[in-house]
Design a protein around this ligand. Structure first.
Ligand SMILES: C[S@@+](CC[C@H](N)C(=O)[O-])C[C@H]1O[C@@H](n2cnc3c(N)ncnc32)[C@H](O)[C@@H]1O
Length: 294
């Protein structure tokens, strides 16, 4: 019998067994921790999937999800359910200052940036695109203030829904409030339909960002080129320590020699034994000889 919570929620309760199965699947495949405290969150998000699929209960959902058809059709939806996509333009603004004032001048002093070897920055866990577009705006501003150089922003996420929004590059007035006013005029186009109050990233900036789907749990990253800089912020906070350690090692193996890694303000690499040296709080530099120049 399906139990219901009291009005006004009327969300059926998910059994511990269903929670355990879905939670372990999410943890094993996405690295995202799903402790018992996430039961209500998972329950309400999966409930939306029950309604969308017209299923009668969580057991039925579980049976569908683990069936061959479910693995094909529902996987992306469960990944969307499990991930938190909260983001904003120029989140943790000090990182964009460090990038343009310290990191980019250092990279430019070390090597020439050419069309065949442009500056490459990777936003790993890019969510709906605000982070990679903020990177592209910052780099573009820095480049246009001096001698311009070619650059590419790689941007990946596991959530197909988030990537769709990112590729569309249309944002509400509320979403663009953290874009500095001077940059809005240059990099955002207001919707012709004034009532909509929406803004789209200009084509030139969209062209500088390449979005792709990638699970950071993969054993190796098949990147088209080695990034000079990786922004992986507010992503590993949801991972357990062993998963974080493996990921940071793979970053070191995948990036350009001496590349820079930016993490979120509550994420750090202390005592992990990973091949990065701290440059500034939450900014690291790869010190491993395993990564090679592209
Ligand atoms: C809270 S958002 C952070 C977005 C952005 N980096 C920022 O700081 O604003 C975390 C993102 O990580 C993504 N993510 C979580 N687990 C992932 C995984 N295993 N592989 C790839 N992306 C993942 C989520 O889909 C989500 O979009």
């Amino acid at each position: 019998m399906v139990e219901f919570r009291s009005e006004p929620f009327l969300i059926p309760l998910m059994s511990d067994e269903v929670f355990r199965r879905l939670a372990s699947y999410i943890h094993e495949n996405l690295g995202i921790k799903m402790p018992r405290s996430k039961h209500l969150m998972l329950q309400s998000r999966v409930h939306k999937r029950l309604k969308a699929l017209g299923l009668g209960g969580y057991e039925e959902y579980c049976a569908f999800f683990f069936s061959p058809r479910g693995q094909e059709e529902e996987l992306d939806h469960l990944f969307d359910v499990a991930t938190t996509n909260k983001t904003e333009f120029f989140r943790e603004p000090v990182h964009f200052d460090i990038l343009t004032r310290t990191v980019l001048p250092a990279i430019r002093a070390e090597r020439e940036l050419t069309a065949s070897r442009p500056l490459v920055v990777w936003s790993a866990g890019c969510s709906t695109g605000e982070e990679p577009y903020s990177l592209a705006m910052s780099i573009s501003e820095y480049a246009s203030a001096g001698t311009t150089f070619p650059f590419l922003v790689l941007a990946s996420d596991i959530s197909t829904r988030a990537l769709e929004t990112a590729r569309l590059a249309v944002y509400s007035e509320a979403a663009i409030r953290t874009v500095p006013v001077t940059l809005r005029a240059k990099y955002l186009l207001r919707s012709k339909d004034r009532e909509k109050n929406e803004f789209r990233i200009v084509p030139a900036l969209r062209a500088a960002v390449r979005f792709f789907r990638l699970n950071l749990m993969e054993k190796s990253f098949d990147l088209p080129v080695r990034p000079d800089v990786i922004f992986c912020r507010n992503v590993v906070i949801y991972f357990d320590r062993a998963t974080q350690t493996r990921l940071f090692r793979r970053f070191a193996e995948s990036m350009a020699r001496g590349g820079y890694l930016f993490t979120g303000h509550s994420e750090n690499l202390c005592n992990m034994g990973v091949p990065f040296a701290s440059v500034l709080p939450t900014v690291y530099r790869s010190i491993d000889g395993t990564s090679e120049d592209a």
